[in-house]
Design a protein around this ligand. Structure first.
Ligand code: B1M
Length: 211
């Protein structure tokens, strides 16, 4: 599908109109929505991150690229969700306190919905008490947390501790992910599982509920 390299370039250049137009064209030509995300859009955001690290890009460019990514995802999300089957369980998902990155979390939420889960999305900058409240109110079986900043990763542990204090830890499976995380970190904070990717999070959620 190298035909859609222009989609990656539109994301890198922060050109939301072109990103949307190419996505529309690709879908009309029968492109696989997940392949568009994994082969073009995610690598494009990695390139944006690389440019940010070398001071070629600054926060305004990150925002434009995020906007272009979201414009394309708006078209893809319903298709990612549509592939789902029967109800598989209830998930409370959010990006942890202090962290405003939501593109990866939104992808995970869409894939979980596509995998048949009922998803309660708490958004970004979610404090531990909000996760606890949602688990209690919605009677969720899974808590899914995302973090993109090394500085916000500790909030995952704080949230797990808050679930323990509320007497809810044994009632839910906690899964975590996000670019700076590792399997080792997930184990250290007492999460039930870690996934590097959005599709992997669906398999993980299924596996944990079956266990
Ligand atoms: Co920021 N940012 N950012 N940023 N940003 C990063 C994360 C950074 C790596 C860039 C860099 O320096 N190379 C860096 C973090 C460094 C670190 O912590 N070590 C960084 C920084 C420093 C910052 C600010 C501090 C910058 C500043 O203000 N000086 C600031 C912090 C704001 C805050 O959160 N409090 C900031 C702000 C922003 C924007 C708001 C401008 C924007 C976000 C817009 C938005 O999300 N609505 C932004 C962006 C766009 C990025 C990069 C370029 C792209 C992130 C992204 O969307 N990737 C990012 C660099 C990078 O990641 N290469 C960067 C695409 C997305 C699909 O991937 O989210 O990793 P990702 O999700 C993947 C997997 O990780 C996984 O599935 C997804 C798909 O497979 N996954 C899970 C994610 N969650 C999961 C949960 C799971 C399982 C899998 O289970 C529950």
């Amino acid at each position: 599908m190298s035909a859609y390299q222009a989609l990656a370039e539109a994301v890198i250049n922060g050109d939301d109109k072109t990103a949307r137009a190419i996505t529309e064209k690709a879908l009309a030509e029968g492109a696989d929505p997940l392949a568009l995300v994994n082969e073009y859009m995610v690598p494009a955001m990695d390139e944006v991150g690389r440019r940010f690290e070398c001071n070629e890009y600054f926060v305004p460019e990150l925002l434009l690229s995020a906007r272009a990514m979201k414009a394309a995802l708006e078209l893809l999300r319903p298709l990612l969700v549509k592939s789902g089957q029967q109800s598989a369980g209830r998930v409370v998902i959010g990006t942890v306190k202090g962290d405003l990155h939501d593109i990866g979390k939104n992808l995970v939420a869409a894939m979980l919905e596509g995998g048949g889960f009922e998803v309660i999305d708490l958004g970004v900058n979610v404090p531990p008490e909000k996760f606890v409240e949602a688990v209690r109110e919605k009677d969720a079986q899974i808590v899914a947390m995302s973090a993109l900043l090394t500085t916000t990763m500790p909030s995952m542990k704080t949230t797990i501790d808050a679930l323990k204090e509320a007497g809810l830890r044994d009632k839910v499976k906690v899964i975590v992910g996000g670019a700076p995380l590792t399997e080792k970190f997930a184990q250290e904070i007492g999460a039930d599982g870690y996934s590097e990717t959005a599709p992997g999070a669906v398999a993980l959620a299924r596996e944990k509920l079956a266990a």
